[in-house]
Design a protein. Sequence first.
Length: 215
Amino acid sequence: MTNGREACERIAGRGLAVLAGMMLAGCGGNPGTEPVGLTFATISAGEFHTCGVRPNGAAYCWGGGDLGDGDSTGSAKPVAVSGDLAFATVSAGTGHTCGVTTAGSAYCWGINQFGELGTGTTMNSKTPAVVSGGLTFAAVRARATQTCGVTTAGAALYAHPNDERDLARAIAELIDDPRRGCELGAVGRRRVETELAWSHSIPKLLAAYRAALSG
């Protein structure tokens, strides 16, 4: 039988929009909690908490620990992350969360015992704190006690158009460098989740239909 945590991770892995208030056992809430009607474009399930990004970029978290709302008591219902930031994606770790805004800035919040927030200190943060360095990120991944990210500068591999040999060279380069292949895969998934997902395509399709019908 699939438990609540596994169900949340399966949903998050497929990048499907879900109702955040549908609290599954082991995913931060209590069984039977009524859904609050929030629709999410992406969701990330961590060890003790879950976070999601709505289609408008607003981030919400629920579960235990620091949820980015300025409190550290946790919540059985989704709470809005402070700062009025527009996130493209978020990644929930064990005791901290990181996200990339639509402008490419990385922010983290939560436990910072080993410097996993990337702020240059080991001070915890109850609200999003900008990652130091002035880098523009394509994706970040929060883990147990560390965070990794790939910048936009390292998120591309060029092959000359209509050149089979150069394409083969690029593919071989990725095969020989699994880490870079994973990084590019993360960037590709982020693009699907933030640009190509159905929730982002609906407004464009509706606008096209309206234009066609009005003409």
